[in-house]
Ligand binder design. Sequence first.
Ligand SMILES: C[S@@+](CC[C@H](N)C(=O)[O-])C[C@H]1O[C@@H](n2cnc3c(N)ncnc32)[C@H](O)[C@@H]1O
Length: 507
Amino acid sequence: MRAKKPKSSRPPSYKKTSFGSGLYSPKTEDLRPSTSSPSPPAQSGYAKKTSSRPPPSSKNPQMQSLIKEFETELDDFHALTVPWERKLREMASGISALRLNSIIYKRFAPIYDDHMVDHARSISSLASQLFTMEKVGFEFPEKIVQSDLLEMSCGTGTVIRILADALPEQRLADLRITANDISADMQVRAMEKLHDLTVAYERYPIGQLPFAEESFGTIVLSQTLHFLTDDEVLRQERRSDYMFINEDRHVEAKFNAISQAFRMLKPGGTFIVFDEWPHILTNDGGPLGPKFAFLFNDNLRTIGRTALHRSVFSQIKGASFVAEMNVPIDSKHTMYMIVYAKNAGKTEDALPDFSRILGSRKDACERIMKMFRAIDQDFRDSVRSPGKRSFVKLLPMEKKVFVYNGTLPKHENYYNCAVVSGVFFHLDPSDKIRFLNSIIASVKRGGSVIFIEESISPVDSYHPFPLHTFKREFMARYSKYLAPSGVVRVPVLADSGMFGHQYRKII
Ligand SMILES: C[S@@+](CC[C@H](N)C(=O)[O-])C[C@H]1O[C@@H](n2cnc3c(N)ncnc32)[C@H](O)[C@@H]1O
């Protein structure tokens, strides 16, 4: 997917735009890591609040000496023994989460891309599905990835690179990009990786992004939610020496970041999250594991998918679910992509021309099937690419079974794809179980089962089955056999949408 086109074709006038004064044509001296933020722009294309930038580090001499000591210990970390880990952890607990992040990423930045190859590949595969969906399902002038793009924590620039490489030339030429990250050392890598693009670099903490309301068409938050921790919960955890990752804690900071994103989005704009749920982030034997795991673990907490949907997105006023996809990163982790749109006003305006595609249930089902078929093609292509380790092999969808009203398929391990449409809601619980057992048995390993159901709530019900208890039971009972691999939504009426849920048969 990379390097599809020469990047030198951006019109020269682009550089003259007043968008974001942080516009960089990085000179060599710009590429040096610095501990201070780039100076704030004299004039800004998107109006920023006048509030001053938060100080990048503490001026307190005691804190400075703690940081210095910590950094020295960290440099020698490989030679240290377990009691020293404890000492480092104690020291770390005296340093603010943001400062700690900068220290860790200073050490991590040089090896970040090597360590994250599989992560980047999975995001690349998801991005290709995003663009497929955009082509097939959202035929508007305004796309899922819109101009005025902000990545809230750009790191080494991987995601912006992937999106830029996937965009057609004209859209790339029109794309205005802002890459924010709190770590100067990570941003230096981004500047190298994105050297051919015109990018405004900023260095604000995510919770304090000063951009004006409705400044961006698309905002990306990638692999960062777990760093957004709630100070008070962290303090409590430290007091009780709490060491385990509890997915449903630390919701406030995440909620704040996502609320901020929606504040900054233009009406009809899109918010795209890439992340792993659930995960034990660092204990995976990679270079990060032994060196930094204990530090990261002390300072970050993930959030479960359910909590994210229930506690965060359902409370963001005006957020409409668009799509969710996932692909395996490796044998232990899965990368998720979720896409939300900011309502333009009424629910049916969730995407710019949402109302234009309001149609019948039949149209919606066909559109969903078209999306899944197109996405499957991308899946198959990505499965073929070298270096893939744990993708389930997909089969072409030449044989399908459409099941209505409890008619059970007769063959075992026979079909490549089973589509269960508009029937589930009506079945008794015991029939649902009998029915599902038989559907799963009828599909080949690696094949898909697609459920198409209408939702009841327009905004926050992303489940295909309105009965949430059934959904829970379904996952508990069938997750051994079926792995969720995609959810998309197509609106049918002003207040409801048709949801397609795709699962892959894994055993
Ligand atoms: C795992 S990296 C992800 C980088 C990039 N988004 C990607 O997907 O490759 C996490 C990034 O989040 C940044 N970060 C963590 N907490 C942050 C905060 N509160 N504000 C801004 N950036 C933050 C880190 O500096 C780091 O570059």
